[in-house]
Ligand binder design. Structure first.
Ligand SMILES: Nc1nc2c(ncn2[C@@H]2O[C@H](COP(=O)(O)OP(=O)(O)OP(=O)(O)O)[C@@H](O)[C@H]2O)c(=O)[nH]1
Ligand SMILES: [Mg+2]
Length: 335
């Protein structure tokens, strides 16, 4: 399944059904009173946030959402049927924008709902307009038009912690080590093609959600590699873990950090200003001399540093405790 995180759609709610003009006709009563019923409401187009969805793919394939019109009212004061609502499930974290990009809503928790287009009210039938001066009204209201327009849906996944780093740093390996997620892992760059989420459970009952995104390369914010678009999925996180590959021969730690930092900066302050920890991965692959060298290099940064191996688990418990503490602290401040 393709990972789609932005899609433009046309929505049209149903029109209200017209009110009815009708008069009672009974044998031997030449002029019965008005009995035209009301029209039904047009169908709404509604979005519901659901934890069982991870992508906007369904809407990408189905770019038009048109709900049915309400039925007209009928004689004998019969109400027209309402148009059936269209209810679409979208991932939690879906934002809805108007055509100009203005934010209409943020479906940031499960079960949150938003009416994308409201169905028109049905018109009142002539039974409603009877009065002492007009016993036989010959008019009824038309139905209201349903709302319509173009909407842009954008997914920004909800996670507490984001994993960033160059391709092959071991982000997906770390995610699979610490959480229930089972992302694809391989020894070539750009294994990860779409964000994945995993839940980490701590022994003390705390926990947090981690987002793994495709690797970043120099120029990503100008569209290189898989592009920067995936950074939107760490925009809502509280902490970033910046993974570097200690076993990589090509680049030292400073260079690996710098490359990714330029991309974080290029994306914008929402990501660049996030608290970040440096995670030096693949420590298992180093000789003791190399370890010393790597430790010397890595501690030059102002970031908190953790030396780990996503494969053997070395350093992981301490890393998780530090992350959990920071997430909890930020949660408390936000509460
Ligand atoms: N020796 C060693 N190898 C590791 C470690 N962590 C990851 N690897 C290996 O590094 C390679 C890349 O790992 P991934 O987890 O796919 O890397 P990634 O950062 O998700 O890569 P992209 O998705 O391409 O950005 C795989 O061959 C892993 O087995 C580690 O701690 N030690
Ligand atoms: Mg990966």
């Amino acid at each position: 399944m393709r990972f789609i995180d932005e899609v433009g759609i046309e929505v049209r709610a149903g029109n209200g059904g017209a009110g009815c003009v009708s008069f009672r006709r009974e044998k031997y009563i030449p002029k019965g009173g008005p009995d035209g019923g009301n029209g039904g409401r047009g169908g709404h187009v509604i979005l519901v946030a659901s934890t069982s969805k991870n992508t906007l793919q369904e809407l990408y394939l189905r770019k038009h959402l048109y709900a049915k019109n309400g039925q007209p009212g009928r004689g004998s004061d019969r109400h027209g049927k309402n148009g059936v609502d269209i209810v679409i499930e979208v991932p939690v974290g879906t934002l809805v924008r108007d055509e100009a990009g203005g934010l209409l809503t943020d479906l940031d928790c499960a079960e949150a709902q938003y009416v994308l287009a409201r169905g028109g009210q049905g018109g009142l039938g002539n039974v409603n307009f009877k009065s002492s001066t007009n016993r036989a009204p010959r008019y009824a209201q038309p139905g209201e038009a349903g709302e319509e327009g173009r909407r842009i849906l954008e997914l920004k996944v909800m996670a507490d912690v984001g994993l960033v780093g160059l391709p092959n740093a071991g982000k997906s390996t770390l995610l699979s080590r610490i959480s229930n997620a089972r992302p694809k892992i391989a020894d070539y760059p750009f294994t990860t093609l779409k964000p994945a989420l995993g839940e980490v459970f701590m022994d003390d009952g705390d926990g947090f959600v981690v987002a793994d995104i495709p690797g970043l390369i120099e120029g990503a914010h100008e569209g290189k590699g898989l592009g920067i678009q995936f950074l939107r999925h760490v925009e809502r996180t509280k902490v970033l873990l910046h993974l570097v590959d200690a076993a990589s021969l090509e680049a030292d730690i400073d260079a690996q950090m710098h490359e990714v930092e330029m991309e974080l900066k290029g994306y914008g302050d929402t990501v660049w200003n996030k608290p970040r920890m440096l995670v030096v991965n693949k420590m298992d692959a180093l000789t003791s001399d190399m370890r010393e060298e790597v430790k010397k290099q890595a501690t030059r940064t102002e970031l908190a540093v953790h030396f780990v191996s996503a494969v053997t688990g070395e350093g992981i418990p301490a890393l998780l405790r530090a992350v959990s503490e920071q997430v909890e602290t930020i949660r408390k401040v936000a509460a």
